[in-house]
Design a protein around this ligand. Structure first.
Ligand code: IPE
Ligand code: IPE
Ligand code: MG
Length: 260
């Protein structure tokens, strides 16, 4: 897109602002685990006259940048909400397009040299049995190629629902009680957490949602009990580095206030 002189100036000022903010944020406490509800792909596309699928592809591209920014900031665990159990009932052609995008992306991620260079462990949270076989295979490929890594953790919630996750954990605990493997008295928060998809993953410190919606939409219901929540108006594909930095700055100001 052609930029006039004012566009160039704006771009230069932005970069200065971004650098300053980055420096400021890096000197404060960094959340260990950031969780993101990536929302607004279709509205982004619609506003720019793009196809719905272009919006989802742009969203996927943005995710790659955000993962890099998180590593630059020292955020060790990133969990993103990519597809909910409710999204399964979107129009069949949209679901089909999304599934193709997931299949291609998980294959590509498994082969991505950045993933291997930074030793990023990929994990999917959700009921993968709801997904087509080829998507399940692509997920298994990305997970198995990164299973020994532990420098960064990149979790993708796909076919994920918080209530469904809780019920699944509950059923598995109930089955253990029933067959005598587990005493009811031993059920506590720690044991329950270990029966969720997020077993061994610390609870998110900060949960961020884009697109101006201020809902949780069935994301990490149990895990976000004490997380800081941050909502921003930008659509996910338009999420910039300064938006991430502002979210982390807000987190830092809040934890300073309540002295965590
Ligand atoms: C988020 O964007 C991506 C998914 C839920 C798959 P949406 O597709 O929800 O886009 P909007 O919120 O309708 O704009
Ligand atoms: C939440 O977005 C789920 C994901 C980002 C994957 P939705 O667009 O599906 O949520 P609602 O329908 O606005 O609550
Ligand atoms: Mg949405």
């Amino acid at each position: 897109m052609a930029q006039g002189p004012s566009g160039l100036l704006k771009g230069a000022l932005y970069r200065v602002y971004e650098r300053r903010l980055l420096k400021q944020v890096k000197s404060g406490p960094i959340p260990q685990h950031l969780a993101i509800i990536m929302d607004g792909n279709r509205r982004f596309a619609q506003e720019l006259g793009l196809s719905r699928m272009d919006g989802h592809v742009e969203g996927k591209n943005r995710l790659e940048s955000v993962l890099e920014w998180c590593m630059e900031l020292g955020i060790k665990v990133l969990t993103v909400y990519a597809f909910s159990t409710e999204n399964v009932s979107r129009q069949a052609d949209e679901v089909k397009e999304l599934m193709r995008l997931f299949k291609e992306s998980f294959r590509a991620v498994g082969d991505d040299e950045r993933v291997h260079k930074h030793r990023i462990r990929i994990k999917v949270l959700g009921d993968v049995s709801l997904l087509p076989k080829d998507v399940q295979e692509a997920i298994a490929y990305a997970e198995s190629r990164t299973r020994d890594y532990d420098r960064y953790f990149f979790n993708l919630a796909v076919a994920y629902g918080g209530r469904q996750e809780i019920l699944r954990g509950l059923k598995s605990i109930a089955a253990k009680v029933k067959n005598g493997e587990l005493d009811v008295e031993r059920i506590d928060e720690e044991l329950f957490s270990s029966h969720l998809y997020t077993a061994n993953i610390p609870d998110p410190d900060l949960v961020l949602r884009t697109s101006g919606e201020e809902r949780i939409s069935n994301f990490l219901l149990w895990q976000l009990a004490y997380s800081e929540l941050y909502f921003t108006d930008v659509y996910w594909p338009g999420f910039r580095k300064i938006d991430l930095l502002r979210a982390v700055r807000s987190y830092q100001m809040r934890i300073r206030r309540h002295g965590k």
